[in-house]
Design a protein around this ligand. Sequence first.
Ligand SMILES: Nc1ncnc2c1ncn2[C@@H]1O[C@H](COP(=O)(O)OP(=O)(O)O)[C@@H](O)[C@H]1O
Ligand SMILES: [Mg+2]
Length: 519
Amino acid sequence: IGVLTVLVSYGLATVIVRPVHELRQGVELLQKGDFSRPLSRQGGDEIGDLALSFNQMAAALEEKTTDLERRNRELSVLNEVAATVSQSLHLDTMLNNALDKVLALLHMESGALFLLDRSRQKLLLRTHRGLSPAATTALAALDCGESLAGYVAQTGQPLVTSNLHAESRLARDVIREEGYQVIVNVPLQAKGRVLGVLGLGSRTARQITEQELHLLIAIGNQIGVAIENAQLYENLQRQMEELKDAQRQLIQSEKMAAMGHLVSGVAHELNNPLASVIGFTELLLRREQDRTKSEETLRLIHREAMRATKIVQNLLTFSRRHKPEKRYIDINEVIEKTLELRAYAFRTHHIRVIKHLDPSLPRTMADFHQIQQVILNIFNNAEQAMLEAHGRGTLTLVTQAVTDPQAGESSLPTPCIRITISDDGPGIAEEHLRQIFDPFFTTKEAGKGTGLGLSVSYSIIQEHGGQLYASSSPGQGATFVIELPIQAQEEDLSPAPSSPASSEQVFTHKRVLVVEDEE
Ligand SMILES: Nc1ncnc2c1ncn2[C@@H]1O[C@H](COP(=O)(O)OP(=O)(O)O)[C@@H](O)[C@H]1O
Ligand SMILES: [Mg+2]
């Protein structure tokens, strides 16, 4: 029995235990990712069958795993390209980065990125790597359908060319002569539209596998979307520039409208000192012998002439087309200068001005002329409103520094200068208060109002980082508040006010205008 037991257990060991053991080892290896060792198939029994199906399973598993690994690699490549192309909205930076990445990933030596010019139906070489000067010239601009890249642009289909000598589409011989063994071209597409072509070339013979081609197509789509984004961004920037331009023009045209208003006032204003000059010179001519008298008269003439010059200077300063230039300025001075411009009109229209200008008001960085334009717009509106309502009025001007923004006194988070301009006109109706800063909103009849004054003023103050708002209770007049952040003096890099040639032209033009007016 003892011997029998030994024999049976030996038999069991060879027939069952060893194969099972082997099977277990196989599973362990499989778990570690080793597919290399198939199990030996012993006998035709169940355990043998088990080993067979185990081997089949291992083979299938190996195939799946390699496939998964490949897909994984492809995905990470795609991810890398996606990360590269999304890094920059700048078209050329993006294209160059993408091309470098693709060449490195696919181990190709030459590459070219073409963009399609829709209007001319041309494929233009935008950037390239590893191309000879001759090839660069030959590929600079291809017709749609011409050569390999042109063909891809036309059909939207990828193209792998490995037998260049037999390739009839290769119109330019340069490429053939340069010893390329394989060339791949894929379209760069976004939303089904071809925007360009990516071409890669290798001088060493190599296979482009199906998978590589699929990967390239996916990369082509990614670059296509990135091109579209970059182009959209470029468009957006251009539109922004156009908008800014239009805004600048609007500011200027509103200024010109205010100019017309000013000129008539200034012409009258000039009459007074000029009448004095003429009167006193005539007097002087008649009484030449009286020395002491003439000296006194001369002083008067001089003073009046100076006044006339100042008015003209002021007007010229205002009418000049200015580049926006922020300087370290005194807001009280802007107000005084603007008041000087309107002094005559206010006097003749019975408009009293009450000033509370804080003498210790800090200076700030601002554009003198633009702020002057804003104040002038508010003055003109107030004047018009008060005259219309009762043919006279009182304008109250207050400047103050708001140094503690935490106190909730101002709408700005930083210390600011506040200018308050109040009139005692009819005020602004509640429902209009929300609209007065809208472009073209006016309650005035055609010819009297453009509806641009306040909207232009608003954008000027916004551009200064400030706030412009109004309050009014009907019948009680209107109050306009300008708040400008107090900014420390900056290095002044803008050219001196007299230098730009373009403004010089306007300058002389306006001088002619004033001289004509004077005659
Ligand atoms: N001080 C004010 N008193 C009453 N209404 C005013 C005053 N300032 C502005 N408005 C109202 O705001 C509107 C828009 O002003 P604005 O943009 O300068 O355009 P415009 O003066 O050409 O009408 C005016 O038409 C007027 O109804
Ligand atoms: Mg106005």
